[in-house]
Design a binder for this molecule. Structure first.
Ligand code: MTE
Ligand code: MO
Length: 416
């Protein structure tokens, strides 16, 4: 193994192409002389269990669950649950592990009684049942959904310790299927002069957001499907607005009305919440697009390195502005960088999986990743993000995340 020659950056980062050549961890998987593993195990000696009408994960994977469930005092349904990225791979989050954010729990909607109404400044107000909506031309697209509060903990004065999901679990990736909103708006006939749409959900918080008409006519969907099946109740059943690349809050779940209007309605979730407080006391408002960002999911806190040797570093990168162009990784706290390999599916406004091999020599290391999107936007440092912001703000943080690997192989969250 010509590891010395294959170094691309300091402290053991190796050429991403080594993964393609194979043989990197050969020493671990060499078949021993006793050929352990070839003998017939007990599960080969009797027929297996029966068929079932629903697939469930192996009981040996039962620890892979949504994590960090936190609710507002006095409620059981207003809060968050997080995607366990430290246990996942690829770019699609299984629906059962998609993060949740509810402002007043999950409504139990009877689909045959639910309607989507488009009204306000339109030529023809329309009301859709689930069945009538399903007859419109449908598309499916792979996109991330990220809460604006994701990674907000990194703006706290001291690094908060916890698994990757407790810091960055409010992002997930899915294939979303549904009707382009533009076709419904065209049918309703938007009157000239109208510029915004007020979207309202059917939960008891009646969550509402004002959406610029341009976005609604661009790539917005009324989503009915997630990862090939009907939306799950937690994610908006029977229908939700889905705005690719924009803060999760704008993707109004349990969508019931779209009112075409002249001006934003200045709802609670676009004034007192989801705005970015600045040091001078002003607030940035309507900062919809999620910035270019990446996190290393493996190795990460809670996972443990054992013997010295080669490990894959792997993570996810995404940008609300389009495709990921490249991801660089450092194993020496940002002094030197090596370019990671990107998995085959590099899609706009979608999670992109990156990987790079790393030879851990048993010494301390600080690993971090830095994404660049197709517009050339580069993931910023924590200092840059903090910039002019008030310390009280925590939304829309896309700063780089550093993990420290100590000589015992345990991993902690550090600021660099
Ligand atoms: N009606 C309604 N829509 C909503 C919410 C809500 O509480 N009610 N939460 C919003 C927030 S803050 C986010 S981040 C996303 C979360 O979507 P998910 O639960 O499917 O992950 O839904 C958004 N849409
Ligand atoms: Mo959110």
């Amino acid at each position: 193994m010509p590891i010395g020659d294959d170094a691309v950056a300091g402290n053991g980062l190796l050429d991403r192409r080594l993964f393609l050549k194979g043989g990197l961890v050969g020493g671990l998987t060499l078949l021993s002389a006793s050929a352990h593993g070839v003998e017939r195990r007990d599960w080969m000696k009797t027929p297996g269990s029966s068929l079932s009408d629903e697939g469930i994960p192996s009981p040996h994977e039962s620890h892979v669950k949504r994590t960090s469930i936190r609710t507002a005092p006095g409620t059981s349904g207003s809060g968050i649950s997080s995607t366990p990225h430290e246990h996942l791979d690829g770019i699609i989050t299984p629906s059962r592990l998609h993060f949740e954010r509810h402002h007043s729990g999950i409504p139990e909607i009877r689909p045959d009684e639910h309607r989507l109404v488009i009204h306000g400044q339109v030529e023809r107000p329309l009301s859709f049942s689930l069945d009538s909506l399903a007859r419109y031309p449908t598309v499916s697209r792979i996109h991330f959904l990220e809460c604006a509060g994701n990674s907000g903990a990194l703006l706290m004065p001291k690094p908060i310790q916890g698994p990757c999901s407790s810091l960055h679990g409010l992002i997930s990736g899915s294939e979303w299927g549904g009707v382009p909103l533009s076709s419904l708006l065209n049918e309703a006939g938007v009157k000239s002069g109208a510029r915004w749409i007020l979207a309202e959900g059917a939960d008891s918080s009646v969550m509402s957001r004002s959406i610029p008409l341009d976005k609604a006519m661009d790539d917005a969907l009324v989503a009915l499907y997630q990862n090939g099946e009907r939306l799950r109740p937690a994610n908006g059943y029977p229908m939700r607005l889905f705005l690719p690349g924009w803060e999760g809050n704008t993707s109004v779940k349990w969508l019931r009305t779209l009112k075409v209007v002249d001006e934003p309605a200045m709802t609670r979730d676009e004034t007192s919440k989801y705005t970015d407080l600045q040091r001078d006391g002003s607030s940035k408002i309507f900062t919809f697009e999620m910035g270019v960002k990446s996190i290393i999911t493996k190795p990460s806190p809670g996972l443990q390195l054992h013997e010295v040797g080669v490990y894959p570093i792997s993570g996810i990168a995404w940008s609300g502005g389009g495709r990921i162009r490249r991801v660089d990784v450092s194993a020496d706290g940002g002094r030197s960088w090596g370019e990671a390999a990107l998995d085959e599916h590099v899609l706009p406004k979608s999670l992109t999986r990156f990987r790079i091999p790393w030879r851990w020599d048993g010494g301390p290391a600080v690993i971090l990743s830095r994404a660049t999107d197709e517009r050339g936007e580069v993931q910023p440092t924590r200092e840059t993000v903090l910039g002019a912001r008030s310390a009280a703000g925590f939304y829309h943080n896309n700063c780089m995340q550093a993990w420290r690997v100590d000589p015992e192989g345990t991993i902690t969250h550090v600021y660099i």
